[in-house]
Design a protein around this ligand. Structure first.
Ligand SMILES: [Zn+2]
Ligand SMILES: [Zn+2]
Length: 366
């Protein structure tokens, strides 16, 4: 298997981002990514996919779409589509139809930033969580979205400000914006709980982690800043894929490999800013063998093995419960006795506190 690192949620000037595709590709190369998928709001941009290169390297740029119904208020329930190869915005008013249309074309769909804190009167940021919980058949959940997480951090701090200190709201927001790494800790607990619930019910559910980069300039009094530049976010929360073959530079071939790994959940979410997660491995073996996203037979000799690129607190989770763990280790082995999805969570110390680091998609014991 061959590991590639990418980011699958970002915006260009075609919607509300600040840069064009070719410029974002340069930022992705600078950050060391292998691929990016651009997901403008309600527009599928055709004709820009391909390899973009400079003297530092190259990156594969693919195009997906982030779809929502612009007529609903707030404009919540954002849906990320990959590999659909057509414009999906006309289906936005009916989220189930949107999912079905995505699947019918061979594409994969994810609920974007499904949980967020409620709106704050002190912050100009709409509530964009998923609302249409009756839907089914989606590929998975965007477990960790950096920008959504950052806005939650700001909302949580503003909510704790006593009324008489509300004049401090702007200063608080500036402080948080200048020090995001001190406050980004883990994905939204409701999204983790939902994922465990779906897996416990036998619903195979893939998670991805993304930047949601826009490159938006913000002004806080005398301080003007880009919150946050594309290349900063491309070094933060990424999705790592395990491909069945190496990328060979051919667009159609490489795109097929990447989309297939996304759909099967041969992947994990890595907070690469805390420490690179390249090299993490989660495998199962007995009479049959497999890696993350695969099925492995639950025979008496079956084992699950986890290896991390540096020491971490490792937890193996089955039906929402920790069934094995290791503190400050690089390896964990477990002999499973029950069928079902087994997923891995790792945390490490970073910026003075324990941070979520790796959230691996499951291996399915059958
Ligand atoms: Zn969104
Ligand atoms: Zn977005």
């Amino acid at each position: 298997m061959h590991e590639v690192v990418g980011n699958m949620h970002m915006h260009t000037r075609y919607s509300d981002g600040e840069k064009w595709h070719a410029e974002i590709a340069q930022d992705a190369i600078a950050a060391g990514l292998d691929f990016i998928i651009v997901t403008d709001h309600n527009i599928w941009v055709d004709g820009v996919e391909g390899y973009y290169a400079n003297e530092q390297g190259r990156v594969l740029l693919l195009v997906g779409e982030e779809v929502h119904n612009p007529r609903r208020q707030p404009q919540a329930s954002h849906f990320l589509a990959y590999g659909a190869e057509k414009e999906l915005a006309p289906f936005a008013a009916d989220p189930q139809r949107l999912i079905d249309e995505t699947k019918a074309t061979g594409g994969y769909g994810f609920l974007a930033h499904p949980h967020e804190l409620p709106e704050s009167s002190l912050l100009d940021a709409p509530y964009l969580a998923w609302q249409d919980w009756h839907v089914e058949g989606y590929t998975g959940l965007e477990l960790w979205n950096y920008m959504s997480n950052f806005l939650d951090v700001v909302k949580a701090h503003l909510a704790r400000l006593p009324v008489q200190w509300r004049w401090l709201a702007k200063v608080t927001a500036v402080y948080l914006a200048l020090n995001p790494s001190k406050f980004i800790t883990r994905p939204h607990p409701d999204t983790l709980a939902l994922w465990d619930k779906l897996l416990s019910e036998g619903k195979r559910t893939v998670v991805v982690g993304n930047s949601d980069a826009h490159g938006t300039p913000m002004r806080f009094g005398p301080i003007a800043r880009i919150i946050y530049p594309y290349d900063f976010l491309f070094r933060a929360i990424n999705t790592h894929l395990m491909l069945s073959e190496p990328l060979n530079g051919d667009l159609a071939h490489d795109k097929r490999l990447i989309l297939s790994a996304i759909g099967k959940g041969r992947s994990w979410v890595g907070y690469d800013m805390a420490a690179p997660t390249r090299g993490f491995r989660f495998t199962g073996q007995g009479l049959t063998k497999g890696g993350v996203g695969d099925e492995v037979r639950l025979d008496v000799g079956a084992t699950l093995q986890i290896k991390t690129p540096q020491k971490a607190n490792i937890r193996l989770i089955h039906q929402g419960k920790v069934v094995a763990k290791a503190e400050n280790e690089t390896h964990l082995t477990h002999i499973p006795v029950e069928e079902g999805a087994y997923r891995v969570e790792c945390s490490i110390l970073y910026e003075g506190a324990e941070r979520g680091w790796i959230y691996s998609n499951p291996i399915y014991l059958v």
